[in-house]
Ligand binder design. Structure first.
Ligand SMILES: [Zn+2]
Length: 446
């Protein structure tokens, strides 16, 4: 009898037949809807969470309260954040058809004059073309950057690469055009699908150039402008943007910890960003990442697991328009001993693996220990230069970084648009992502 009980205990503890704690973590999380419940509250009840907004402040309070409720030590670390507020955004063509143009201000954009801007539109598809046209052709005009995402890349698992190429015009386009006297810019929205959904995101003004208004129009409207210009038509557009930049606001990173039992000073960080764009409720960017990180902590706590090293959850503030949370964290904690940093900021579709800055023998050694991740198709590690924006300062300083890679095929269909809502996330896939994060964090912390 005693031996049977002992054997059963061994089974329950998961160490018989080679079942590791990581296997048990994955098995426990997969049937759970807890991550999805967290995401539902964050999106449907709290809503959009742009830095400086009421939603962002509520999100800090609510996530902190949840960790407390789960009896996980948590703190708020102050971060000063930009506070940009969207206003009216309207445009139409001055033509017989008087076509309405659907656009949205790029985050950080200055306003147009109160009466708006009316000017001729000049299309370009590269920064070199600005130079060719020069001040003579660009002064006083609205520059239209027509740069679609490369759909061949999107269809072959490389959507993020396609995004990085096209997004250059959103980030730097305004200042590059201002250099040649342009009055404003519009870009083709950086997205892989469109139901006339404009796509926002941040821009960076070059302090050496005048700040001009910048907007992103839908793919459909960009194609209309392109067709008209290709037919040799004179395209004149009126646009009105009334965003405001308010003084920096007080906000915080939310940091929760399960202290290590043997080496508490050694840290495995798991992170996601709590802020979102304002057009929607940020379900895929990055509510799902926040839900994965929170659920990982709740699960480990519920299972009463005590890792050898500390597992630290960081919900970063302001990834979208300033990365102030990431910079503040690096400033305050950069000197601590981070063993690894895992970031999840690529949506909530089914997991396919991780990107990592780890290479060679160190990666091979880790791969030998991450076989349990095969249960959620996440034991594929792809070496990359970086593994996430918020852990960027850490990985640049040499901390091994890991970025979860959910299937990216449809991520940029919704990302930064008013369609980034809860219905885009499948509860089962979100549970698989969470299981992958929790299991990897556990293995690294052991
Ligand atoms: Zn994000």
């Amino acid at each position: 009898m005693k031996t049977i009980v002992g054997f059963l205990l061994l089974l329950a503890s998961g160490s018989a037949f080679g079942q590791s704690t990581a296997d048990t973590i994955i098995a426990r999380e997969l049937p759970s809807a807890r991550a999805y419940e967290t995401l539902s509250h964050l999106t449907d009840d709290i809503g959009a969470r742009l830095t400086g907004s009421k939603g962002a402040a509520l999100a800090v309070r609510w996530t902190t309260g949840q960790f407390r409720e789960w009896d996980i030590p948590v703190s708020n670390e102050p971060v000063k954040v930009p506070h940009w507020v969207r206003g009216r955004e309207e445009a139409h063509l001055l033509s017989a058809a008087n076509q309405n143009i659907v656009l949205t201000a790029i985050g950080g954009s200055v306003a147009t004059a109160q009466s708006g801007i009316t000017a001729d539109v000049v299309e370009v598809d590269s920064f070199d073309e600005l130079k060719t046209l020069g001040t003579a052709k660009l002064r006083g005009r609205i520059v239209f950057y027509n740069n679609p995402m490369d759909m061949d890349l999107v269809r072959t698992h490389r959507a993020f690469e396609a995004y990085r190429i096209a997004v250059a015009f959103r980030g730097a386009g305004a200042s590059r055009a201002a250099e040649f006297g342009a009055k404003a810019i519009v870009i083709r929205s950086v997205g892989s699908a469109s139901l006339r959904t404009p796509h926002t995101g941040a821009l960076h003004y070059d302090p050496k150039q005048p700040k001009i208004p910048a907007a992103a129009m839908t793919a459909e409207d960009a194609m209309l402008l392109h067709r008209l210009l290709a037919r040799g038509k004179h395209v004149r557009m009126h646009m009105l943007l009334t965003p405001k930049t308010l003084p920096d606001a007080d906000s915080a990173n939310v940091i929760a910890e399960i202290r290590g039992s043997e080496k508490p000073e050694e840290i495995v960080l798991i992170g996601a960003h709590l802020d979102s764009w304002d057009l929607a409720t940020g379900a895929i960017d990055d509510g799902s990442g926040v839900a994965m990180v929170m659920e990982t902590m709740r699960l480990l706590k519920e299972m009463n697991l005590r890792p050898r090293r500390t597992i630290r959850a960081v919900l970063f503030m302001n990834e979208e328009n300033g990365s102030r949370g990431a910079l503040q964290y690096a400033k305050d904690h950069g000197k601590e001993k981070h063993i690894a940093a895992i970031e999840t900021d690529a949506g909530g579709a089914a997991p396919t693996g991780f990107t990592t800055t780890l290479k060679g023998d160190a990666l091979a050694a880790l791969e030998a220990r991450t076989k349990p991740l095969a249960a959620v198709s996440s034991n594929r590690f792809e070496v990359a230069e970086e593994a996430g924006a918020d852990i960027g300062p850490l990985t640049e300083a040499g901390v091994p970084g890991f970025g979860l890679v959910p299937e990216p095929l449809h991520y940029f269909d919704y990302h930064h648009t008013n369609a980034d809502t809860l219905d885009k996330v499948d509860p089962k896939e979100l549970a698989q992502d969470t299981a992958a994060i929790a299991a990897l964090a556990w293995i690294l912390a052991e």
